[in-house]
Design a protein around this ligand. Sequence first.
Ligand SMILES: *[C@@H]1O[C@H](CO)[C@@H](O)[C@H](O)[C@H]1NC(C)=O
Ligand SMILES: *[C@@H]1O[C@H](CO)[C@@H](O)[C@H](O)[C@H]1NC(C)=O
Length: 263
Amino acid sequence: MRTTEPFTDIEHKPIHIPLLDHPKPPPPAAVTNRLLIRVQSCITITSVSLFFISAFLLIILYQQTSTNSALPRYSQSDRLTWERTAFHFQRAKNFIYDPNGQLFHMGWYHLFYQYNPYAPVWGNMSWGHAVSKDMINWFELPVALVPTDWYDIEGVLSGSTTVLPNGHIFALYTGNANDFSQLQCKVVPVNLSDPLLVEWVKYDGNPILYTPVGIGLKDYRDPSTVWTGPDGKHRMIMGSKRGSTGLVLVYHTTDYTNYVFVG
Ligand SMILES: *[C@@H]1O[C@H](CO)[C@@H](O)[C@H](O)[C@H]1NC(C)=O
Ligand SMILES: *[C@@H]1O[C@H](CO)[C@@H](O)[C@H](O)[C@H]1NC(C)=O
């Protein structure tokens, strides 16, 4: 065999493979990488362990919480926030119910309603007052009517408001008197040029109506303004009852102070 000739593959392999396979010393960068990989694996293992431990603890905590209460927990103030009405009027606090007359005056919609200024339960019934330009955004005004006189000292109860063609305004309400009989009363705004109609004054001649014969003293309330008939007389109706039968009592008037019982 001539040494000048190139080796065949078969002859070449046994001699050179060990040399080719000789491990080279790793370059310094590779050493750093390997160390980093080890540190990373340690961190990964620790994280995974922590994750499982936390998950386990959370499951135990969740089970304990859900056995106490099936509902998510909210603080009282959270609950009041999301339970408040979105569009309908609601006072910031305390008890309201019956709307007591709505009217439009100088660009404002007025709303009156039964209101207890002191507590979130029935009592000290007064007429709350609110105004709106769009009937969505409401502004609370000072309470319009409060119990002050013998004929309404136990409550300024429900009623209605009337705007007359000449621009005059008045309201009728049921006074819960000092003996708890129900009497009808009249009230007018102090200043008609005030768009907010903040102040109201009770009519000197109150009460304007007493319970008719045959009607229970406590079954006579909620005077509601209706319409003027073809006879030029204005109609007003009231809620009542005889026995267990509900009654609507009809009155008419020409001066809005003296009401005549029709039937
Ligand atoms: C009305 O308010 C007054 C003063 O806060 C209170 O003394 C009275 O007990 C209240 N009456 C009712 C029925 O809540
Ligand atoms: C009535 O209200 C108008 C508008 O707010 C005001 O300018 C006027 O001074 C008030 N009149 C009285 C007597 O208070």
